[in-house]
Design a protein around this ligand. Structure first.
Ligand SMILES: [Fe+2]
Ligand SMILES: [Fe+2]
Length: 199
């Protein structure tokens, strides 16, 4: 399975504790459209800072989720996959650091407050217990990140090339993560990648 985000694919039921992907995408899109109304530099900067702080929260939540999965992974397929979880956790933390640095460059303040972290994040923290569920939840989160980074890149356009390049660089890594997870899911649960089990 590739990176295309087809509607309905990988939709996870509410019983798994996730909001629908549609709802998460709608929230990110709504906030971007709010910001696009303003045209002065300072207003634009405030919108970019808000989006960057949401991206920061997303990266921190993803770091925590991958760390949990690294420590909790077990089973015949677990040894190689848990190392990937640890690598992803480290790479998400590096993304968080780069985003925080850019926020400061733009005269903003990076929000590391654990209170409200998951609310600010586009992706959710889903603990998961089975290896298959961990991989699936990580893939859902990566696909949400891919969509939200693409929207941020489109919104920023030519107005802030430095931030756009940063987001494009992170986006490329998230696409790598998604491809790796899709391959893992095929390896541990053949035939379950197109229509994930519910509940
Ligand atoms: Fe990331
Ligand atoms: Fe990622």
């Amino acid at each position: 399975m590739g990176l295309a985000t087809r509607a309905g694919e990988l939709q996870v039921s509410s019983t798994a504790g996730l909001s629908s992907i549609e709802a998460l995408r709608a929230r990110a899109r709504e906030q971007i459209e709010d910001g696009a109304v303003t045209r002065t530099y300072s207003a634009d900067r405030q919108t970019v800072l808000r989006l960057l702080n949401e991206a920061l929260a997303t990266e921190l939540v993803c770091t925590l989720r991958y760390r949990r999965h690294y420590f909790m992974a077990n089973g015949v397929h677990a040894e190689a996959i848990k190392e990937e979880f640890r690598t992803h956790a480290q790479e998400e933390l590096e993304h968080a650091d780069r985003i925080a640095a850019r926020i400061v460059q733009l005269d903003g303040e990076p929000n590391f407050d654990p209170k409200g972290l998951e609310t600010r994040s586009h992706a959710e923290y889903v603990a998961a217990t089975s290896l298959t569920d961990m991989i699936r939840e990580d893939l859902v989160a990566e696909r949400i990140a891919i969509d939200s980074y693409k929207e941020m890149v489109d919104y920023i356009g030519a107005h802030d090339p430095t931030t756009r390049r940063l987001l494009e660089d992170i986006l490329a890594k998230e696409e790598e993560h998604a491809e790796e997870l899709a391959s893992m899911l095929t390896a541990v649960a053949p035939g379950r990648t197109e229509k994930p089990a519910r509940g």
